[in-house]
Write a protein that binds this ligand. Structure first.
Ligand code: RVP
Length: 484
């Protein structure tokens, strides 16, 4: 009948990228991108806002590697703020939470304090935060034998080299070399302490030259809030989040659209709205959203499509949304369903500016949760945010107040385990390496160029079999392939 005279929608396995004339060496491909109107990344990858994927640790590592972590929303508002602040402070040039010493403390006390706080030196502060001196483990050592009850005042170095807040990393380092010191207190016009720069901090920042940083050099941080959690969004904004993601399974719900617009008007951070999966949804959001996140049901732990009967195969969803969003210069994120690096670059070719992954990162050290062993193999827990377990420990309490029996939930996700994988850095390296390889095959040296140049071919089910290793028994595990 006419009702079933319907268009076809495609996903990752339905297509391949057509190889094209190329001079692009994968190593030199540039994968920098924009995740929202004002936030740029050096690597087009986000870790999912799920309670088994992204809290502070994951967000710190993702940003250090050039991507973005999106902190999940199954946290109290206070916990959320603490996690955001942890990320923003992680690689800060100027440490704001400085461990300080008091001139009247004894040398023994200050030694114990430095050990406890894990620092090897501390500015000595008088009234009104005035910097009187600086004391280090080296100053303390001779006193520990004989004069351990002497005052810090005696042992400290009182000629302190300080700098103002506008100092750059290079200038601070030059000061340190010149004076053979390892830390420079940062003071205001009245010589009051406002921060500290350490040699160790500067060297650590250098290690991460690809890191995604804000204008002040702090790591970028994303956070998810419920579509109607206005106050939480404001709190996230004040805590310094760079991008706020409205986290909703169906953001084309018009109440959600209205609420997202109100959030956008109230915060300074960029607001990415999602999830959506159609052209029409994109049209209703592009006038205010700083980015659109695409994915209705593709997630590995997601049962939305079978439970509700609704959804959009992911590549068609991405291409429809991107078709509208690109006309308005709004970035698009492809969220869910990505199992291999090849899927990720296909999502970009279909129009996405960046990709978000859950299961790919859930087994890593930086994901919350501990390693469990089953039958001699190591795993970590991975569950959908719409699973019974996740709803019970977060959204459930907030939205489903009348639910008190497990049987009352209508979940749209499952709880699972995923193989343990080690540091996320290795996973990200394989993912981005594979994406760059794809850029070599299509002859595109930037993300924009992938979107413009790439062409797809349809693959039959025989073709899909041919894609994977076949007719052999795999004897050694590859770091970037396991049979699906
Ligand atoms: P995947 O990478 O395939 O594991 O998918 C992760 C995505 O799945 C998340 O970013 C989110 O959009 C979606 N998700 C999370 N929970 C659920 C659910 O319970 N249905 N779905």
């Amino acid at each position: 009948s006419a009702k079933l005279d319907v268009p076809e929608a495609l996903t990752f396995d339905d297509v391949l990228l057509r190889p094209k004339e190329s001079r692009v060496e994968p190593d030199s491909a540039d994968v920098s991108t924009r995740v929202s109107t004002t936030v740029e990344l050096n690597v087009p990858v986000l870790s999912a806002a799920m309670d088994t994927v992204t809290e502070g640790d994951m967000a710190i590592e993702m940003a250090r590697q050039g991507g973005l972590g999106v902190i999940h929303r199954n946290l109290s508002e206070e916990q959320m703020v603490a996690e955001i602040e942890r990320v923003k402070r992680a690689d800060e040039l100027i440490i704001r939470d400085v461990v300080t010493a008091d001139p009247e403390q004894t040398v023994r006390e200050v030694d114990e304090m430095m050990n406890r706080e894990g620092v090897s030196g501390a500015p000595v502060i008088g009234e009104d935060d005035a910097v009187l001196g600086i004391i280090s483990a080296t100053d303390v050592r001779p006193y520990l034998e004989v004069g351990e009850s002497d005052e810090v005042r005696e042992a400290m170095t009182d000629e302190v080299v300080t700098a103002s807040e506008s100092v750059t990393a290079r200038e601070a380092l030059e000061l340190m070399y010149e004076h053979k010191i390892e830390r420079v207190p940062i003071v205001d016009d009245a010589n009051r302490l406002i921060g500290l720069i350490t040699m160790q901090g500067i060297l650590q920042r250098r290690e991460y030259d690809q890191a995604a940083r804000d204008d002040e050099g702090r790591l970028r941080c994303g956070v998810a809030v419920g579509p109607f959690e206005f106050d939480r969004a404001v709190a996230a904004d004040e805590a310094g989040a760079d991008v706020i993601f409205t986290d909703c399974a169906h953001a084309h719900n018009l109440d959600v659209v209205d609420s997202a617009r109100e959030i956008k008007d109230a915060v300074e951070a960029d607001v990415v709205v999602g999830n959506v999966g159609t052209r029409e949804a994109a049209e209703d959001l592009v006038d205010f959203a700083d980015g659109l996140k695409v994915g209705i049901g593709p997630g590995s732990i997601c049962t939305t499509r079978v439970v509700s009967g609704a959804g959009m195969p992911q590549l068609t969803a991405v291409s429809e949304v991107a078709d509208v969003a690109s006309d308005h210069d709004v970035p698009v994120i492809a969220d869910g369903g990505i199992r291999y690096s090849g899927d990720a670059i296909k999502a970009i070719a279909a129009g996405a500016d960046a990709v978000m992954l859950g299961s790919y990162f859930a087994g890593t050290d930086e994901a919350p949760g501990r390693v469990i062993t089953m039958n001699g193999k190591k795993y970590k827990q991975y569950r959908g945010m719409g699973s019974v377990g996740a709803m019970k420990s977060g959204g459930g309490e907030r939205y489903l107040k009348d639910v008190d029996e497990d049987d009352d939930y209508v979940p749209e996700g499952v709880e699972a385990a995923t193989p343990y994988k080690g540091p996320v850095e290795n996973e990200l390296h394989q993912l981005v390496g594979g994406m760059k390889s794809g850029m070599g095959y299509v002859g595109a040296d930037t993300i924009d160029s992938v979107q413009q140049r790439a062409e797809f071919v349809r693959v039959s089910s025989a073709g899909q079999q041919e894609n994977h290793p076949h007719d052999v028994m795999i004897t050694d595990e590859a770091p970037n392939y396991s049979p699906g």
